[in-house]
Every structure is written in structure tokens, then in C-alpha cells.
Design a protein around this ligand. Structure first.
Ligand code: NAD
Length: 481
């Protein structure tokens, strides 16, 4: 992958954000956005503060009742219009994400851009089938939008994580104040421009979407603790998730947390080992390991442990030259320090390691790494690395496989490989995780997405992602009604 240059990019106007129904340019400071491949300056974006946060939330509040009162069909039409707009510039959006996240262009197109378009369309379609009022005995029960939603999103899938929140909230009739990550804001700024067109063209209430730009612990923290939010939906690390949840709690704001993971792939005896290893390594290395639901632990029966480690090492080594860089120098250093600690504690390196790959030039490159000989309570087995690192572990029987699979504090995703689907499903039902793939089943963009434990709470995508932003009123009717 060559170093990104601004000359080849169709950049959005990076000096403004769409906020409270107009373009905000009044910031005095900026934040630099660097390309992780090549480590070059791509752009600067506004460093906003309390004035912008207040303006955005107040505009959302002012539009809350009008937006909630719109016909669901009109909100579905708005989502479809936005999907059409994104679909009209898939390559440009993929190029922006390739530049600021570092995702190779082909993967950026398929996963980073096509997926959010699918999410918008499937959410719109689901919304058209939903009813929001029902009769329950003597009561009329109404499910309505919870109100103003604050959305804080990460850099690793910047468009998808943004759309996952905006689609669900808009479908529920909630205005959104959005704070994307300052590390990879380019495609989200373009998303803001496209949303602005939808708001103007469809004459939506002015405050139905505002975008904030700036530093997480500044503008993000102000949003998280804002007294006029009705719901805060956060996607990011567990550490920051705990901070924003605490800030929201002081205002009694409801919270959704989509946090990290340490997801296991379990190959039960009789499961297709080669297919399982291939799929697990592919998942682990997707986006250079910077994927929340990446399968980062491979659990196999002891009788095939060495073979699994060899196959995983071969697959990882063959993919290394196709990986993009990590997001930043600081993140690459964290990943390598975690690897060094694991090696000091006795882990065995099958391939990769904490040294820089050769021939990649400037930028934040990391090796595709496979480790074995890990204690079940080793840090690298329990903690999210968020880099291209796979841990291979051995179990002696199914109960131990379950114990090892459940040993990390997270509970976001898992994959089970077994002789047949029924056996895999039986094992899957015993796991406390949000999503399980059985025998290589692909990601379902309409299935509820979210976690247990340190992976957070609340669900996104599909109908669950809409219901996440609804709340209920029961009107108790007199017996004659
Ligand atoms: P992060 O927690 O550092 O930042 C997430 C967002 O929070 C960013 O917009 C950031 O600017 C903002 N932020 C930072 N400090 C803040 C503060 N004090 N107050 C308010 N906002 C603040 O996470 P990241 O590095 O951007 O993303 C990587 C993490 O996100 C990984 O742990 C990954 O597993 C997780 N993630 C989870 C999901 C999911 O759906 N479960 C999806 C993608 C990523």
C-alpha cells in the first residue's frame, strides 16, 4: 500500500461541521488527521467545545417532538435517501477510509462502505413493518423515541459505527448529536454533508442531526455529561465506556455501550479444522486486527494443537503483506508492548512478533502474529489487543473448551465449528456472548449486535437497533373504552 496523499482524495470540506441546521466554522483550533500509511498530514478538522455542544443539543431538543411525530414511512424514506447518497460515492468514501484508517481499498469498499449502506436499507425496510402502538388488556401501549440521542463513535469502522447509531435512532424518531473519532473523521465529515442534503431536501427538522468535531476527552466528555440528552450511545473502548457511563449517570441519562472483545473461535472434535483456522485468521487480521468482534483466540482439542498452530501461522504469514497499518504510532507501540510482555511471560511465537515488518516504509505497521503456549490467565488471552495477534489455546474436553472460551471478561462474539450444526448450536447456547457464528456462517447485518460483560450492553442493527431507542407509555383506559 502506498502512502496516502491528499492530492488523490476527494476530501470533504474539513473546516466545518453540519450543526444545528447550519454549517459551523467558528472554532479557533484544529486537530490534525494523519495517514497511518506513510504518516503524512491528511487534513485538519475543527476542535470544537462547549458552545458547539450546547448548540447541537439544544437544536436536537427543539426538533425532538416534531421528529418523533413524523410518520415512520417518512423516516424510512430519509434512511433510504441517505443510503442512495452513500451508494453514489462508494469509491470516494472507501478512499477516505483507506487514507485515515489505513484499511486497504478493496476491504474498505466491501466492509467499511457497503455494510453501512446495507444497514440503512435494512433498517428502513424493518421500520416499515413495525407497529408502535398495541393494545395490552385494558391498556394502550405506545413505543416512542426516547428523545435526544448523543452518539459517540470510534475510528476503526468510522462510517459503519456512525450509521449503526444514526439509522436506529432516526428510525425510532430520535434526533442525533454525533461525535465521531478525531483519529479518522474524513468519511464521517462527508457523511455529515450528505445528511445535510437529506435534511434540507426532505425538509426535516433542523436539529435532527448535528455533527461535533474534536478531541474525545473535551467535546466527547461534554456531550456524554450533557443534561439535555435522553440517551447516550457509545462505541469504543471499555475504559472510556466506563467514563462516559459515569458522566451520563450524573444526569440519569440512559446508556448503550458497544465496547471491545476477546472473541473465541472454538473448534470441537470433528469440526473442519482447516476451514476453521482459515476463517479465524481472516477474522483476526481483518482491518489489521482493529475489529471489535475479531476472533482473536483459537481453541482446539489438544490432539490437533500443533497442527492448528502451524496452519494458523502459515495463513497469517501469507496475509501479512496485504494488511494495512495500525491507526497510530501510540497504538502500534501499545500492541508491540503487549506482545513483548506475553513473550516475557513464556508465550511461544509461531509467526510475527513485535518488530516492524520490512519493506512497508513510513507508517504504523505491525506483524501478523500467532502465539501459543499461553497460560489461561495470561494478559494477552484476557485483554483486547486490537492488533493482528491470534492466541492459539488447547483444551482436553468440551467443558474445558467452554471454560477457556468464557475466561475473558468480554462477551461480544464467538465462532463454533463442530461436526454438525446441531452440535455447534448446542455449544453456542452455553456461551454468554452477543453473536455466535456456527460452522462459518457469515455476519448477519440485521441480527442484534452487542455484548455481555465488559463488551457492554444494549443492541444495535435491525429491529433491536431501533427498539434500543424506544421507550414505552401505557395509557390505562377506562373499562368502557
Ligand atoms: P476510544 O474509547 O478511545 O474512543 C471512542 C470514542 O470516544 C472516540 O470518538 C473518542 O474521541 C471518544 N472519547 C475518548 N475519550 C473520551 C471521553 N473522556 N469522553 C467522551 N468521549 C471520549 O475507542 P477507539 O480507540 O476509538 O475505538 C476502539 C475501541 O472501540 C476498541 O476497544 C473496540 O473494540 C471498540 N469497538 C467496539 C465496537 C462494538 O460494536 N462493540 C465496534 C467498534 C469498536
Amino acid at each position: 500500500m502506498t502512502a496516502a496523499t491528499t492530492s488523490t482524495l476527494a476530501l470533504p470540506d474539513t473546516g466545518r461541521t453540519f450543526l444545528a441546521g447550519r454549517w459551523s466554522r467558528d472554532h479557533r483550533e484544529v486537530v490534525e488527521v494523519r495517514a497511518p500509511a506513510g504518516d503524512v498530514l491528511l487534513a485538519t478538522v475543527p476542535r470544537q467545545g462547549p458552545v458547539e455542544v450546547d448548540a447541537a443539543v439544544h437544536a436536537a431538543l427543539a426538533s425532538r417532538d416534531a421528529w418523533a411525530a413524523t410518520d415512520p414511512g417518512a423516516r424510512a424514506a430519509a434512511l433510504d435517501t441517505l443510503a442512495d447518497a452513500l451508494a453514489g460515492e462508494v469509491d470516494d468514501l472507501a478512499a477516505l477510509i483507506s487514507a485515515d484508517v489505513g484499511t486497504p481499498a478493496k476491504v474498505a469498499r466491501a466492509v467499511q462502505v457497503e455494510l453501512p449502506i446495507t444497514v440503512l436499507r435494512t433498517t428502513a425496510a424493518r421500520l416499515r413493518t413495525m407497529t408502535f402502538t398495541e393494545r395490552r388488556g385494558p391498556s394502550e401501549v405506545t413505543h416512542a423515541g426516547v428523545g435526544v440521542v448523543g452518539a459517540i463513535t470510534p475510528w476503526n469502522y468510522p462510517l459503519h459505527q456512525s450509521v449503526a447509531k444514526i439509522a436506529g435512532a432516526w428510525a425510532a424518531g430520535c434526533p442525533v448529536v454525533h461525535k465521531p473519532s478525531e483519529l479518522a473523521p474524513l468519511a464521517v465529515l462527508r457523511l455529515g454533508e450528505l445528511i445535510a442534503e437529506v435534511v434540507v431536501d426532505l425538509e426535516l427538522p433542523a436539529g435532527v442531526y448535528s455533527q461535533l468535531s474534536g478531541v474525545g476527552h473535551e467535546v466527547g466528555a461534554l456531550l456524554a455529561g450533557h443534561p439535555d440528552l435522553d440517551h447516550l450511545s457509545f462505541t469504543g473502548s471499555a475504559a472510556v465506556g466506563a467514563q462516559v457511563a459515569a458522566a451520563a449517570a450524573t444526569q440519569l441519562t440512559a446508556v448503550t455501550l458497544e465496547l471491545g472483545g476477546k472473541s473465541p473461535a472454538v473448534v470441537l472434535p470433528g469440526g473442519n479444522l482447516e476451514a476453521a483456522v482459515r476463517a479465524t485468521v481472516n477474522s483476526c487480521l481483518l482491518n489489521s486486527g482493529q475489529t471489535c468482534n475479531a476472533l482473536t483466540r483459537l481453541l482446539v482439542h489438544r490432539s490437533v494443537y500443533e497442527e492448528a498452530a502451524r496452519l494458523a501461522g502459515e495463513r497469517a504469514a501469507s496475509l501479512e503483506s496485504r494488511l494495512g497499518p495500525l491507526i497510530s504510532a501510540a497504538h502500534r507501540d501499545r500492541v508491540n508492548a503487549t506482545l513483548e510482555r506475553a513473550l516475557d511471560e513464556g508465550a511461544r511465537l509461531v509467526v510475527g512478533g513485535p518488530d516492524a515488518p520490512t519493506d512497508r516504509g513510513a507508517g504504523f505497521w505491525a506483524r501478523a502474529t500467532v502465539l501459543t503456549d499461553l497460560a489461561p490467565d495470561a494478559g494477552i488471552v484476557r485483554d483486547e489487543v486490537f492488533g493482528p495477534v491470534l492466541c492459539v489455546q488447547a483444551y482436553d474436553d468440551e467443558e474445558e473448551a467452554l471454560r477457556l472460551a468464557s475466561a475473558a471478561p468480554y462477551g461480544l462474539a464467538a465462532a463454533i465449528w463442530a461436526r454438525d450444526g446441531d452440535e455447534a448450536v448446542r455449544f453456542a447456547r452455553r456461551l454468554r456472548v452477543g453473536q455466535v457464528s456456527v460452522n462459518g456462517a457469515p455476519f448477519d447485518p440485521e441480527a442484534p449486535f452487542g455484548g455481555f460483560g465488559a463488551s457492554g450492553f444494549g443492541r444495535e442493527l435491525g429491529e433491536a437497533g431501533i427498539r434500543n431507542f424506544l421507550t414505552t407509555t401505557s395509557v390505562q383506559l377506562p373499562s368502557t373504552a
